[in-house]
Design a protein around this ligand. Structure first.
Ligand code: NAD
Ligand code: 6OD
Length: 482
């Protein structure tokens, strides 16, 4: 059985305790690795290494050298792309096509982006009578990165790359569901970065590596992606150490489709925004609002596309477009939402069950058909809570005012899409939506220089471009009397 250890101070090391947990392939239900569970002792070792590295060679190399090292990390990921793809598919259950076209390339692109961008950012200077102020940017210090399972490499490197580009050192706690990519990144950086700059401690959340990292007094900031309830728990724990925080949390994202939208393009993209990565993308649109004149046609087209274009199956098959949900436990949670929707009177146009025709080797896997529902009122559980599965609910609307109200009627505020060929209306609606990221006539089109994050219960702060630099550094003002 393959073993996954911690990567601390440039070395793979076992846990001090005998605690281990299983890494399960969600498509087969098979155990694929045993993982060392870290806790207070391993986090302390990693934080000590990260703190020491802050004053070692990492601190004294030039900006150009640091960025060159990060570009080598990007190349290292590309060189090991096949290993990363396999790890992401077998840990997460995502389709190999998605892993190799989105997740793993973004793992390397994140390093290239921040290695480039941060080279050209300046600080402020203010002249006053008889004095001059200028600001210096310094690394935040030791950054704790707690990441989720849904895009393991993409989301971990989305934080590791800017943190390192800004001169910090990091301790990563990857999701217990998807431990492999953080270990593989250790293999990549081992011969590139000085020891202690990148550390990864495996483990669970509460009473394990996650809470130990949040509690550690020498961690200067925590950047977290995951559920809103976990964010609240981390915030409470981090309050004692007054740590700087950045949170990317859950969503219940609206897609707003006006009757003048290019319907075929809209359906094609909505199919993706509904079912990509089994609907396990924080940005997936789960509440679809369609202007009444095209409501029936839209539902018919989306259901037809879901039935004919989504191929649920073995994630390793390049033809598969939808793989397995992350675990049986998550499948049961999603099923609970489907049951509540049924009880609330939803009509199921497709899906709602495990596909009948899967091969025998996937018997233990957590598969669900793409599911389209209508008929849910705005207060229903399935309309208000994040399902995080391949399930969407479609609702008609009659006016711009009404749909803005419906879209904003949620405690979340992560993303939204607006579909219309009337650009004035699209701008007007986008400006009034309570969401951090809004796409017009597209979805998940990313420019890594732009601000990314959520409003309300979907997050705190923004990352991306200069906003990442803001989080991963501290500014100090120097005032010189002339
Ligand atoms: P999760 O909150 O269950 O776990 C995320 C990470 O937090 C894991 O590494 C976990 O071990 C750790 N953790 C759990 N409890 C902890 C605690 N008390 N202290 C410290 N660490 C703890 O989330 P998940 O199930 O892995 O991911 C799915 C969620 O993530 C969804 O809600 C999704 O919307 C959200 N998400 C948000 C974004 C975004 O950009 N806003 C991106 C991806 C995922
Ligand atoms: O594209 C990104 O940078 C990003 N953070 C995506 C988040 C996807 C959520 O599942």
């Amino acid at each position: 059985m393959r073993e996954i250890q911690h990567f601390i101070n440039g070395q793979f090391v076992p846990s001090a305790s005998s605690k281990r947990f299983d890494n399960i392939n969600p498509a087969t239900g098979q155990i694929i690795a045993t993982v060392h569970e870290g806790g207070v002792a391993e986090i302390d070792l990693a934080v000590k290494a990260a703190k020491a590295a802050l004053t070692g060679p990492w601190a004294s190399i030039s900006l150009d050298e640091r960025m060159a090292l990060l570009r080598r990390v990007a190349e290292g990921i590309q060189a090991r792309a096949a290993d990363f793809v396999e790890a992401e598919v077998t840990d997460n259950g995502m389709a190999v096509h998605l892993a190799s076209h989105v997740n793993v390339p973004r793992g390397s692109a994140n390093f290239i982006q921040f290695a480039e961008h941060f080279k050209y950012v300046s600080t402020e200077c203010w002249e006053m009578e008889g004095a001059i102020n200028y600001a210096l940017r310094r690394p935040l210090g030791v950054v704790g990165i707690i990441s989720p399972w849904n895009f393991p490499l993409l989301l971990m490197t989305w934080k590791v790359a800017p943190a390192l580009a800004a001169g910090n050192t990091v301790v990563v706690k990857p999701s217990e569901e998807t431990p492999t990519s953080a270990a593989l990144l250790g293999e990549v950086v081992k011969d590139i970065l000085p020891p202690g700059v990148y550390n990864a401690v495996q483990g669970l959340g509460p009473d394990s590596a996650g809470s130990a990292l949040t509690e550690h007094p020498d961690v200067d900031g925590i950047t977290f992606t995951g559920e809103t309830t976990t964010g609240k728990a981390i915030m409470r724990t981090a309050a004692d150490g007054l740590k700087k925080l950045s949170f990317e949390l859950g969503g219940k994202n609206p897609n707003i489709i006006f009757a003048d939208a290019d319907l075929d393009e809209c359906v094609t993209t909505t199919l993706r925004s509904s079912f990509a990565n089994q609907g396990e993308v924080c940005l997936c649109g789960s509440r679809i609002y369609v202007e009444r004149p095209i409501f029936d046609t839209f539902v018919e087209k989306l259901v037809h596309a879901a039935r004919t274009q989504v191929k649920v199956g073995d994630p390793m098959d390049p033809e598969t477009t939808m793989g397995a949900l992350i675990s049986r436990a998550h499948f049961d949670r999603v099923q609970g939402f489907l049951d509540s929707a049924k009880a609330d009177g939803a009509t199921f146009h497709c899906g709602g069950k495990r596909p009948a025709d899967l091969p025998a080797h996937l018997d233990g896997g957590a598969f669900l058909e793409p599911t389209v529902m209508t008929g849910l009122g705005k207060a229903c559980t399935a309309q208000q809570q994040e399902i995080f599965g391949p399930v969407v609910s479609v609702t008609p609307f009659d006016s711009e005012e009404e749909v803005i109200g419906l879209a904003n009627d949620t405690r979340y505020g992560l993303s939204a899409t607006v579909w219309s060929s009337d650009l004035s209306r699209a701008h007007r609606v986008a400006a009034r939506l309570e969401a951090g990221v809004i796409w017009v006539n597209t979805w998940f089109l990313r420019d890594l220089r732009s601000p990314f994050g959520g409003l309300k219960n979907s997050g705190i702060g923004r990352e991306g471009g200069i906003h990442s630099l803001e989080f991963y550094t501290e500014l100090k003002n120097i005032c010189v009397k002339l």
